[in-house]
Design a protein around this ligand. Structure first.
Ligand code: GLP
Length: 264
């Protein structure tokens, strides 16, 4: 059961699983609605723990007959440097949780390369590939505890494009468990820019748990500021925000504490 929060575009679900199922069904319906068309559907994909169950629901849809043969994908970001076969790489993550389990054409998968020498990573070519493929139709997004989207850390210009970025200390700390120690967490990443993300025709932002509420609250009910990169999403014309009960409770708490409230 979903309900709206603060009469806004925020959809609240009883559990992360119910929310994940909902997000997967939006993506699946969009893919299905395009199946007879010549123009493939271009999906922007995210990583992180929030997305894992969404992908497992998409895999279920595939098992139930959904085909991904008319889908092209562009991933948001990748650590740098990182080998493809490193289990922490987003390359490995995407193949493990999604690509190896669906019938997407390998040539239609686009991932930023964390393994190439820096001089060979062509960020502008990534931008061009997105544009040449007609732009992103539907973009999945998570949010970092510091308000980042993809790896656009606080301070990222709103007009930024795909580029290298220095990771924030909080972002690196959040990755300690996965990498087995801070020293193993890469200091850099390659990320789609904020402008790249904003060009997507539809965005679905997903956040689970109370730990995400402060960032989400600042993003959607605070001022537009580079210090909270996700705040730019207030200006996106077609965004759906999907949260679970815990995250919604945290948002309500922030509001009860009288923290700066804006519209959505
Ligand atoms: C990483 C990714 C983001 C993601 C964020 C949240 O920093 N680059 O795209 O949104 O983590 O991850 P999680 O879902 O694990 O909380």
């Amino acid at each position: 059961m979903s309900k709206n929060l603060f009469g806004s575009a925020i959809q609240v679900f009883d559990s992360p699983d119910a929310a994940s199922q909902y997000v997967a069904s939006i993506v699946a319906e969009t893919i299905d609605s395009r199946k007879e068309m010549l123009q493939p559907l271009v999906v922007g994909l995210a990583t992180g723990s929030t997305m894992k169950n969404i992908y497992s629901h998409l895999v279920k849809k595939k098992e139930e007959g959904l085909s991904f043969s008319n889908v092209k994908s562009f991933n948001l970001d990748e650590y740098y440097p990182i080998e493809r076969d490193n289990p922490q790489s987003f390359y490995d993550y995407m193949h493990r949780y999604l690509f190896n389990k669906i019938d997407i054409n390998r040539q239609n998968i686009h991932l930023l390369s964390g393994a190439a020498p820096a001089g060979e990573v062509d960020c502008l070519a990534y931008e061009k590939a997105i544009t040449d493929n007609g732009g992103i139709d539907i973009q999945l997004l998570g949010i970092g505890r510091n308000g980042h989207i993809a790896f656009n850390e606080p301070g990222s210009p709103f007009d930024s494009l795909t580029r290298f970025i220095q990771l924030d200390s909080q972002t690196r700390e959040d990755a300690i468990a996965e990498f087995g120690g801070l020293a193993n967490v890469p200091r850099k990443a390659i990320t789609m820019g904020i402008k790249t993300i904003m060009k997507a025709r539809r965005i679905i932002l997903v956040a689970f748990g109370k730990q995400k509420s402060p960032a989400l609250f600042k993003a959607f009910f605070g001022p537009l500021t580079k210090e909270v990169p996700a705040s730019i999403l207030q200006l996106h014309p077609n965004i759906t925000i999907v949260v679970d009960e815990d995250c919604a409770e945290g948002l309500n708490q922030q509001r009860a504490e009288g923290i700066h409230l804006l519209k959505l």
